[in-house]
Design a protein around this ligand. Sequence first.
Ligand SMILES: [Zn+2]
Length: 113
Amino acid sequence: MGKRKKSSRKPAPSRQKVPLDTAFTCLFCHHDKSVTVRLDRKEGVAQLVCRVCDQRYQSKVNHLTEAIDIYSEWIDAADAAQREEQRPHRPVASTSSRPAPAPASVDDSDDDD
Ligand SMILES: [Zn+2]
């Protein structure tokens, strides 16, 4: 009994500078790790670019923003753009352009007394 879970602590991999660039899969060309996100916290901007199909996206960053945030933002933006494109350009039915249907003339005359 009393099986103790040994906290196997992995020694941190040699502390080298983590590159700011992070690679992701491209939404458009589906190449693995072709999308890189560069965070420029000093400038407060992030640049996302696919080196294969040259898709680009730019966003703002704050001190909490991670590359993955920019990437998911890009996905959302691309998704929204795509939906926008696919949406049939059909005039939105607006109630104001159409005269309100007059209350059907109630035919009282039919009413035989
Ligand atoms: Zn791509």
